[in-house]
Ligand binder design. Structure first.
Ligand code: ADP
Ligand code: MG
Length: 175
């Protein structure tokens, strides 16, 4: 199957699940990550502000922020993801498409990012990632040289094999 066909299939699979089911998956996944030593020892962590069809990682955003970690959220700026420092819910603003966007200070100390939690349309057993088709994370992640990259997805988004190209950044693990 092509990347495009897979994205269509995943969107259909998502519609088979209720918001309640998806919220339960998100909660389980957050609990799992909150218990990971690599998360607990991280000083600087990249998360994301979920779109309504993505795993909701806000429990992790809150936990990390409360524990004094530097929490980064990406903001789409043209072709790129800019990283901004999360400073509590009041530092978010509803942007285009209703996404809560970070308004905090821009962050460019890329080498200090310890852990990156990354959404995707699909992941596979070889830790490949399929995004929404714009390559945003494929351009960002090579700059985060020291980040342990954790892909997160709903169970139906974890596939045996997805097509992968040379520019596709491979994750360190998928949850
Ligand atoms: P996604 O990762 O969002 O699923 P793709 O992997 O299909 O999307 O990438 C989409 C497009 O982004 C590619 O066709 C390519 O042109 C561009 N792209 C991806 N990675 C890079 C990169 N490192 N530098 C420049 N362009 C890139
Ligand atoms: Mg890609």
């Amino acid at each position: 199957m092509t990347k495009h066909e897979l994205r269509t299939q995943i969107r259909a699979a998502k519609r088979q699940h209720s918001p309640t089911q998806l919220a339960a998956f998100s909660k389980n996944l957050c609990d799992k990550i909150l218990n990971m030593p690599i998360y607990q020892s991280a000083h600087t962590i990249l998360l994301y502000s979920p779109l309504n069809d993505e795993v909701d990682v806000f429990l992790i955003v809150n936990d990390a922020y409360r524990n004094g970690k530097t929490v980064l959220l990406p903001k789409v700026v043209g072709e790129d993801l800019e990283l901004r420092i999360y400073k509590g819910v009041e530092s978010l603003e509803r942007g285009a498409f209703g996404i809560l966007e970070p308004m905090g200070e821009v962050f460019d100390d890329f080498d200090t990012v310890d852990v990156a939690i990354i959404p995707g349309m699909a992941f596979d057993k070889a830790n490949h990632r399929l995004g929404r088709g714009k390559g945003y994370y494929d351009r960002l992640l090579p700059r985060l040289k020291n980040a342990y990259k954790i892909g997160v997805c709903f169970p139906f988004q974890f596939l045996n094999e997805i097509p992968s190209e040379a520019h596709d950044v491979v994750m360190d693990e998928i949850n």
